[in-house]
Design a protein around this ligand. Sequence first.
Ligand code: ADP
Length: 430
Amino acid sequence: MKLPIPKRELKHAIWLMLLGAFIGWLLEYVLLGVLAGTLACLFIHLSQLKQLENWAEDTSKPVPDGMGTWAKAYSAIHHLYRNELRSKESLIGIIDRARSSVAALDEGIALINKDGNLEWWNPAAGKLLGLRARDMQQPLINIIRAPAFIRYFQHGPFNEGIKLPSHKHSGRHLQFEITLFGDNDKLMIVYDITRVHKLEQMRKDFVANVSHELRTPLTVLSGYLETFLAQADSLSPRMLKALQQMDGQTLRMKNLVNDLLLLSSLENEGLQVKLSPVDVPRLLQQVLHDAQILAEPKHQTINLNADENTHIMGMSSNLRSAFSNLVTNAIKYTPDGGKVDIFWGRNESGDITFSVTDSGIGIDATHIPRLTERFYRVDAGRSSATGGTGLGLAIVKHVLMQHSAHLTIESQPELGSTFSCHFPRSLITR
Ligand code: ADP
């Protein structure tokens, strides 16, 4: 049978009691001797317990000398304590290293709690955003007050960053990227993108200038071509074909120049645009009218289902460009006799949506993530044959960014596609 007490201690206790009994027998007080033996045993254990208590109060002292099982207990406790100390030290080391590496970063990092108040930031964020100790626990949107930042901070989309001029240092540009974590807390990373911004600005200016300069020669070219083609009867078939091809290519270049100019003006406007109330249902009637002219030769059916009561804050001309691009694409990439459905209003979850569904050629899933890149085409041959520039969806993406909206694309090859623009509810005017 296994005793619940250590055998060695039991043996010692019995020996002490026997020794007490023996001395007691010699002095003719056996019971007193046994009692003295038991008390001696108790005394030894209590003194060991006291030693343990003293040592526990200050574990930096050497491990006390223990007897028997007590020695084992001291050594086990000491071992546990040393292990705990080691893992504590290594954790502190990791935290220190993480802290000093975050402090050494050129990128600013800030933590914002679920109420939108600043909780912590690294020195780079302090410099880039001009934060001071008294800003701790203050709402971030009281410090960075740019409306575009406030829109991004409150509604996202957080999978993309936002670029803005610095509110603190004029001439500098910053990029903000927010990631949600925990209980709706936010981790914000701030980059100084002044150099990249300058280079980007040079590129934009170059593209805008070249496009602008190309406009006049193209107008002259297409003017002459139109005049020649008006006299088609007097032209040889070979010449007529050549002129028609030249006319087609000139039209393509004109479209390209117009799209490039629109894109660069959208880029220059950036996110700092002034939004005003837009009667979207009325705007869509105009889009529908243009679409019907395009769709007529292809015998396509176009349906518009627009909620008359949903109006939003926006940039009317840019919204029209974006919506027209999506509807024109649906017509372009849908075979003759197909169907295009345009929807404007709230979807099942109550979000404001503009969507265009077609019964067209569809898009393979591998292409979908890249469709909004400039000049990305699924089938370059088919796109240019339909007069495409490869810039339409890039324009849509820019316009949506100005409205804190985003694009989703669902498509099945041979069955058709749905392009949907999702707008934040905060833009609703009625
Ligand atoms: P493009 O001027 O070439 O149409 P976009 O940027 O508008 O350029 O579109 C990019 C590519 O996406 C197109 O070349 C086309 O391959 C594909 N695409 C766009 N809309 C549709 C659609 N409704 N159905 C099928 N493919 C589409």
